[in-house]
Design a protein around this ligand. Structure first.
Ligand code: SF4
Ligand code: MG
Length: 296
């Protein structure tokens, strides 16, 4: 158990995500000495401080390069990257897209509260056009970016959405994302009670609604996908990814099998599986040969 206690605001959705991540790592029996959780900057970025695993609180928008680098340096690590919507889809959007093209074997969890919570609630990239939270002087003049569609376009091979207060459901999604072979993207709807007074936990699950009528419900059945053609799977994915209102789908939206970046590296560095950089001088990689091959 990590000694430091979370200091998020009371009722923050980050507590649910942290609990789900702790339970998922425990249930998967991941060795803490072989697990690393990386974060960018923001409220969500405190997550590694509260976990009894290795981790680095990196720079704003830069969590994916650091996490991918760690995984490639030691392909035996279980690697999870976390960050908020502003961190990952604002300043970090270029890295978000580039990571999808590589398919490094790790999980990226995006905590989406639609605002920059750490800096007093400015509009984040996922806040809708014309929406006005209590910390904005005027309605948002920019359109909402859809993280699921962007992940699909970038090439992420496992794409899912969870809800921060559905801790058990989220735990299962995190487990599946960690076990997926390739880059997994988990979009989490995360209420920020301090700055986002539009999409609160009451909005996601209005009082009096039964659990099956919550907005963030689970109609997705990835098992139903394989029998469909690729085109109809893509159409269904887009339709579900754009659904936002009376019902908001959660669950696994997309799953594909593609060689991981680690597997692709083997074509250039045949000794990579046993001589990865974290092994140090005892198993040096033949980088000289590679450099000469690509020399002009
Ligand atoms: Fe959570 Fe919002 Fe408080 Fe940040 S500002 S800790 S996201 S409730
Ligand atoms: Mg945010």
């Amino acid at each position: 158990k990590a000694e430091k206690q979370p200091d998020w605001c009371p009722g923050c959705g980050d507590y649910g995500i942290l609990s789900a991540l702790q339970m998922a790592l425990f249930e998967l029996k991941r060795d803490p000495s072989q697990t690393a959780v990386f974060s960018g900057i923001g409220c969500s970025a405190k997550t590694p401080h509260y976990l009894n695993v290795y981790g680095v609180h990196t720079l704003h928008g830069r969590v994916l390069p650091v996490a991918q680098g760690a995984k490639l340096a030691n392909p035996h690590l279980t690697v999870v990257a976390v960050g908020g919507d502003g961190d990952g889809l604002g300043i970090g959007a270029g890295h978000f897209v580039a990571a999808g093209r590589r398919n490094v074997d790790m999980l990226y969890i995006l905590y989406d509260n639609e605002v920059y919570g750490l800096t007093k609630g400015q509009a984040g990239p996922t806040l809708g056009l014309g929406e006005k939270t209590k910390s904005l002087p005027k309605p948002n003049p920019q359109s909402r970016l859809n993280p699921l569609l962007l992940a699909f376009a970038a090439g992420y091979t496992w794409i899912a959405r969870g809800y921060a207060y559905d801790v058990k459901g989220l735990k299962e999604l995190i487990k599946e994302g960690i076990e997926h072979r390739g880059l997994a993207f988990l979009h989490v709807l995360q209420p920020c009670p301090t700055y986002n007074d539009l999409h609160t936990k009451e909005w996601f699950a209005p009082p009096g609604f039964t659990s099956s009528r919550k907005r963030a419900t689970t109609p997705m059945s990835p098992q139903g996908f394989p029998r469909r053609s690729w085109t109809s799977k893509m159409m269904l994915f887009q339709e579900k990814a754009l659904e936002w209102g009376e019902r908001i789908p959660v669950g696994v939206f997309w799953k594909a099998e593609l060689p991981t970046f680690e597997a692709r590296l083997k074509a250039y560095l045949p000794r990579y599986p046993e001589a990865y950089p974290a092994r140090g001088p005892e198993a040096p990689l033949d980088l000289e040969g590679l450099l000469q091959e690509f020399a002009l």
